[in-house]
Each structure stands twice: as structure tokens, then as C-alpha cells.
Ligand binder design. Structure first.
Ligand SMILES: [Zn+2]
Length: 84
């Protein structure tokens, strides 16, 4: 039982990490597109305005996902908890 809980906690932690990484990469990609936009130089064309909105959505999602993170127990800490 405790082992199953550990596995699902690990999966949640890993999934959270993957989601945060993906949101970071996606936001960077949009920023690069704005910097290299052929239609404007300052993020003011309709495509870039949309990209900025998407980046803001990614940043909000990052905050929400990061806020669900529990402090990770030190190695050995989780085993002691499971044994008690
Ligand atoms: Zn643009």
C-alpha cells in the first residue's frame, strides 16, 4: 500500500517536472518567434500579440503547477516515513 503511494507520488512529481519543462520550452519558443518575427520588431503585430497572450497563459499554468509541488523529501526520508 505504502509502496503504491510512493510510486504514484513519484509519478506525480515526474509528471509535474515534465509539464513545467514543457511549458518553459513552449514559452521560450514563442519568445523566439516574437524576436524573429518578419512582420514586426517589437511584438506589436497581431501574431505577436497572440503569442504574448499564449506566453502569459503558459506562465499562469506554470505558477499553478508549481504551486501544487510538495517539498521533496531528502533521500531516506521517504523510506523512514513509509516504515513508521
Ligand atoms: Zn510580430
Amino acid at each position: 500500500m505504502a509502496e503504491a503511494e510512493d510510486i504514484s507520488l513519484n509519478m506525480i512529481t515526474r509528471t509535474r517536472r515534465v509539464v513545467l519543462e514543457a511549458l518553459d520550452v513552449a514559452a521560450d519558443y514563442r519568445r523566439d518567434r516574437i524576436e524573429t518575427c518578419p512582420d514586426c520588431r517589437d511584438g506589436t503585430c497581431p501574431d505577436c500579440v497572440w503569442r504574448l497572450q499564449v506566453i502569459a497563459e503558459y506562465e499562469r499554468a506554470t505558477e499553478v503547477v508549481a504551486a501544487t509541488a510538495q517539498p521533496e523529501p531528502a533521500p531516506g526520508e521517504a523510506q523512514r516515513e513509509a516504515a513508521s
